[in-house]
Design a protein around this ligand. Sequence first.
Ligand code: ADP
Ligand code: MG
Length: 256
Amino acid sequence: MDPSVPKLEVRDVTVRFAGLVALDAVGFTVEPGSVHAVIGPNGAGKSTCFNVLSGVYRATSGSVRFGDAELTALPPHRIAALGMARTFQNIALSPRLSVRDNLMLGRHRLTRAGFVSAGLRLPSARREAARHTERVEEIAAFVGLTPQLAMPVGLLPYGVQKRVELARALCMEPRLLMLDEPVAGMNGGERREMAELIIAVRESLGISILLVEHDMGMVMRLADAVTVLDFGRRIADGPPEAVQNDPEVIRAYLGA
Ligand code: ADP
Ligand code: MG
């Protein structure tokens, strides 16, 4: 495991929207190097939780710590700079740009000089750009996107676009990777491929992965620990086998 990966601690996080408690004093801990899943039926608060962790929403109360850093009041770019990279439930790529250019944009937070706008005039900027290009190609190969590097993202099948999104998040060299419903809308084969890829990321990079997912089967195969939300409340937390057999979880999922 990468020794620089800190623990993520979510404590008593409440998020209120007008007239609605989307998260009600939710807490959990993502252990360094683990795959932690947050699951629950539609409307449970999964995306809200994700948006709080990545700084898109501000918690009404509670705290989120990543190692020594308190994230609660930080804007998204500061949270990303601490090494927390996310994907979106709906694809957020630039469809007319190539896979390579989308991945280069993912490296933006790591660039000192802003090499794209500097027009590559300085030798140091050119060397830096070459390093980034090399790393982008490595990550593309890891994710299985080498053949598509020059293709516009918008022309690729949905399952491949989701892989580009994952690759772009990896281009930020995260210490915690946050995936919002990575297999939503995918067919069986694409789901299996994505699951294998997530396992490969965890095993070869040693980073933590926080997975928000509706698909129970996927979570049971991948996760070391699972937090279950229902109507904004945490109804279970623990290893997948225990959570899967919890009567309250079964009730929430069956809607009984
Ligand atoms: P999930 O991702 O588990 O399906 P969400 O976190 O998207 O659930 O939503 C949880 C609840 O919060 C839902 O009732 C949803 O309608 C509400 N909600 C989410 N975002 C907002 C928002 N920006 N404004 C008002 N209500 C919201
Ligand atoms: Mg959601």
